[in-house]
Design a binder for this molecule. Structure first.
Ligand SMILES: Nc1ncnc2c1ncn2[C@@H]1O[C@H](COP(=O)(O)OP(=O)(O)OP(=O)(O)O)[C@@H](O)[C@H]1O
Length: 254
C-alpha cells in the first residue's frame, strides 16, 4: 500500500464495476481526480453518478476494480472504512441536519466526536468557517428557521468542518426551489477557491461547465467521454454525449 500523498491523485478509480442484482450500474469506470480540482459527473438519470460517489466513499462495496485515496487502496479489505470516511466529506440532496441541534451544534458534532476536538476549539473553528462562508448569523439557529438554501449551505459547512481531503457532492441543489439554487452553487464556488478537491454529481449543466476542471459524461455506467468543460460541452466527440447535450440545450438548461 502506497502512502505517497504528494503526487498521487486524491481519488483514483481503476476498472470499477458495480451491479445491483443482475443489472450492471458501473462498468469498468476509471477516474482520476487531481488535488485542488473539481470533477463534474454528468449524465442522464440512472447513469450511475450517485453509485460512483457512494463507491468512492465506501457506502457501496465495489464488485471489481480498485479505488485509491491519496494513493492508498481503500478497497483493500484491510483498509479501515471508518478512517477512510473521515477523510471524505459527503453532501447529499437532502440536507440531513439534525433538527434538534443548532447549526453550530450540527457542525461541531463530528469534529468533537470523531476528531476529539474540545468544544471550544470546535466552536471557534466552526464560527470562523460559518463567518467566512456567509452563514455566521445563523450559527445559533435551529435548522427549521433556515431556508432550504441556507440549510444546504450549513450541510456543506458541516462536511468541511472535519477538514476532508475530498468533498463529494451528490445533486445538492435537486431538492431546492430554483431561487435558492444560486446561493448554494455560490458557496461551492467559494469552496473551490479555497482549494478543496471535489467530485460533483449534477444536473446543473451551466454550473458544471463553469466550475469544473474535468467533466465526465456517464452513459449507462460507462464514462463515455471526459475532458475539460470546453471539450465536453463545446465539442463533444461521442454521438450519445451530443444527443444528451442537445436535450439539455432544448430544455433551456445550458
Ligand atoms: N441500492 C440499490 N439497489 C438497486 N438498484 C440501485 C440501487 N442504487 C441504485 N440503483 C440503480 O442503479 C442505477 C444507477 O443509479 P444512480 O442513482 O447511481 O444513478 P444517477 O446517475 O445518480 O441518477 P440520478 O441522476 O437520477 O440521481 C439506477 O438504475 C438505479 O435504479
Amino acid at each position: 500500500m502506497s502512502t505517497d500523498t504528494g503526487t498521487a491523485p486524491v481519488l483514483r478509480m481503476e476498472a470499477v464495476r458495480k451491479s445491483f442484482g443482475t443489472s450492471p450500474v458501473l462498468r469498468d469506470v476509471d477516474l482520476e481526480v487531481a488535488r485542488h480540482t473539481v470533477t463534474a459527473l454528468i449524465g442522464a438519470s440512472g447513469s450511475g453518478k450517485s453509485t460512483l460517489l457512494r463507491c468512492a466513499n465506501l457506502l457501496e462495496e465495489v464488485d471489481d476494480g480498485a479505488i485509491f485515496l491519496d494513493g492508498e487502496e481503500i478497497t483493500d479489505p484491510r483498509a479501515d472504512a471508518d478512517a477512510v470516511r473521515r477523510r471524505i466529506g459527503v453532501v447529499f440532496q437532502a440536507y440531513n441536519l439534525f433538527p434538534h441541534l443548532t447549526v453550530l451544534q450540527n457542525i461541531t458534532l463530528a469534529p468533537r466526536r470523531v476528531h476529539g476536538l474540545s468544544r471550544d476549539r470546535a466552536e471557534t473553528d466552526a464560527r470562523e468557517l460559518l463567518d467566512r462562508l456567509g452563514l455566521g448569523a445563523k450559527a445559533d439557529e435551529y435548522p427549521d428557521r433556515l431556508s432550504g438554501g441556507q440549510q444546504q449551505r450549513a450541510a456543506i459547512v458541516r462536511a468541511l468542518a472535519v477538514r476532508p481531503r475530498l468533498l463529494l457532492l451528490d445533486e445538492i441543489t435537486a431538492a431546492l426551489d430554483p431561487e435558492l439554487v444560486g446561493e448554494v452553487l455560490g458557496l461551492v464556488r467559494e469552496v473551490k477557491e479555497d482549494g478543496m478537491t471535489m467530485v460533483i454529481a449534477t444536473h446543473e449543466m451551466a454550473f458544471a461547465r463553469e466550475v469544473a476542471d474535468q467533466v465526465c459524461f456517464l452513459d449507462a455506467g460507462v464514462v463515455l467521454e471526459r475532458g475539460t468543460p470546453e471539450e465536453v460541452f463545446g465539442a463533444p466527440r461521442e454521438e450519445r454525449t451530443q444527443r444528451f447535450l442537445r436535450r439539455i440545450v432544448a430544455a433551456g438548461r445550458l
